[in-house]
Design a protein around this ligand. Structure first.
Ligand code: THU
Length: 156
């Protein structure tokens, strides 16, 4: 199985990943991030090529803040439960700055992605901008979360 790949430029990625990164950037327009001033967008493509996106939503009660990835994933599940997700791109920029900054999905979002992979019996590719501004293409959430907790532990 293919491992995690790194790319110096977004241009070096496949066209679907590039498009998804572009849609994720568009989604940051709907970030509500008055506290962190860190705007994150996520865009996922379903197997029928339709796209769903999300942006981080913050709250004055900080722990209630919700990451862009989970906004997109839960919207996908609530609106299109029958569709499998093939890939997700995540990007971020500081408020009022258009340049992307490195932002790799947090552990909670990786865990939620993993649950989706289990539900749909299919991996979800993840595209994100990592340290040193290298684009990361991970073949699955599982590849980003070794020794993760999953339903198998509850069943076993
Ligand atoms: N954030 C995301 O949207 N996704 C991540 O994977 C990490 C962090 C958001 C949450 C919060 O609104 C802001 O970035 C700063 O942590």
């Amino acid at each position: 199985m293919k491992g995690i790949e790194f790319f110096t430029s977004l241009e070096d990625l496949d066209s679907e990943s590039k498009y998804l990164a572009h849609k994720a950037k568009e989604a940051t327009a709907h970030s509500y991030a008055p506290y962190s001033k860190f705007c994150v967008g996520a865009a996922s493509v379903f197997e029928d090529s339709s796209i769903i996106s999300g942006a981080n939503q913050e709250n004055a009660a900080y722990p209630l803040c919700m990451c862009a990835e989970r906004v997109a994933l839960y919207a996908a599940s609530a609106l299109h439960p029958e569709k499998r997700i093939m890939k997700m791109a995540v990007v971020a920029h500081k408020k009022n700055h258009k340049d992307l900054v490195p932002a790799t999905s947090c552990g909670s979002c990786r865990q939620v992605l993993l649950e989706f992979e289990g539900r749909q019996h299919q991996p979800i590719e993840v595209i994100m901008l990592g340290p040193d501004k290298k684009w990361i293409k991970a073949p699955s959430a599982a590849s980003l979360l070794p020794f993760s907790f999953s339903k198998e532990a509850l069943d076993g």
